[in-house]
Design a protein around this ligand. Structure first.
Ligand code: CMP
Length: 316
């Protein structure tokens, strides 16, 4: 085998081994009841590694079709379309490579893949606590923060996470990450953001501010120019125009999308009914996430046109 091909093979091996280790970690954490978000992050990292392995294979075999199919797999959520793409890759790849890489992308049979990982890596599955400690010390800070932020009190105490934290000098970065995880969990619970990857959620969480208003406080004022989209976490707000009530909005609703698009004036006044907890997203953060996930732009536009019809008196 030529030198160049050999080093490509080594790089592919490294990606496959790293993925198998992540698959094993995920299986142990899943059985031990770890939060969905942690498993999703591990899943995304397996996908990324498998994608890299496919790109390396495309280079080694000089076959553009592999790159194309791999790119499509990354953006395809539907189970049927994924199955078709995996079949196409199986037909293109040499049998041995297909058997090594493609099972990593199969979401239907996590246990079978974990069993394969045990065979290939020759290691026995570790206990939940062992894996949790490994993940908390992981170089992927997001996986570590997600696990730390979602473990229950007893598990934290058993793993001595708080003691470990106290023994390390205060780290502003770690504290910021802990608050971001709380915001991330809020964002994740919203239908609007359900298709974001954990990394996109983390980026968005870092750009979001938590704000509180007392009962009666004016959050937005009709005719003013202010920036931001708001998501209600707790409490209720009242939307009024020229003193007339248009709607009451509840937790999980958002407002402020109209001025967001054109940077124009606020179309209505929004007031806190009781104490209201909000997440405030800057215009730049929203525009960026809409570019990355057009489904979010569509959902916001649907709400916007409904509200426009209200304002035009076309709906009751
Ligand atoms: P914006 O114009 O940026 O600021 C005021 C917000 O009130 C507006 O965006 C909408 O989010 C919200 N709003 C305006 N009209 C309605 C309505 N009819 N129903 C619900 N919310 C509205």
């Amino acid at each position: 085998m030529p030198e160049e091909e050999l080093s490509l093979q080594r790089l592919i091996d490294r990606q496959v081994d790293a993925s198998l280790r992540l698959v094993l970690q995920a299986e142990v954490l899943r059985t031990g009841g770890a939060a969905d978000l942690v498993l999703r992050r591990l899943r995304e990292r397996v996908d990324e590694n498998a994608h890299t392995a496919l790109l390396l294979l495309a280079a080694a075999l000089d076959d553009e079709r592999i790159t194309r199919a791999s790119e499509l797999l990354r953006t395809t959520a539907s189970g049927r379309e994924r199955a078709v793409l995996l079949e196409a890759l199986e037909a293109i790849l040499p049998t041995e490579e297909a058997a090594r890489v493609l099972p990593l992308l199969d979401r239907e049979r996590p246990r079978a893949i974990a069993a394969r990982a045990v065979r290939v890596l020759g290691s026995q599955p570790a206990t939940f606590d062992e894996v949790a400690r490994e993940v908390v010390a992981d170089e992927d800070h997001l996986t570590a923060a997600l696990l730390e932020g979602t473990l229950d009190v007893e598990t934290r105490a058993r793993l001595q996470l708080d003691r470990r934290r106290a023994s390390v000098p205060y780290q502003a970065g770690a504290a910021a990450m802990a608050t971001d995880i709380e915001k991330l969990l809020h964002l994740r619970s919203l239908e609007l953001f359900e298709r974001l990857t954990t990394q996109q959620l983390a980026d968005l969480a870092a750009a979001v501010a938590e704000v509180t208003y007392p009962a009666g406080g004016a959050i937005l004022t009709e005719g003013e120019f202010t920036d931001g989209l708001f998501i209600i976490m707790t409490g209720e707000v009242l939307v009024t125009k020229a003193g007339v009530t248009l709607r009451k909005l509840n937790p999980r609703d958002f407002f402020g999308e109209m001025a967001l698009f054109d940077g124009g004036m606020r179309s209505a006044t929004v007031t806190a009914v009781d104490t209201v907890g909000l997440l405030r997203l800057s215009r730049d953060a929203v525009l960026q996430i809409m570019e990355e996930q057009p489904a979010i732009a569509i959902a916001i536009c649907q709400t916007l046109s409904r509200r426009l019809r209200d304002l035009l008196g076309e709906r009751s």
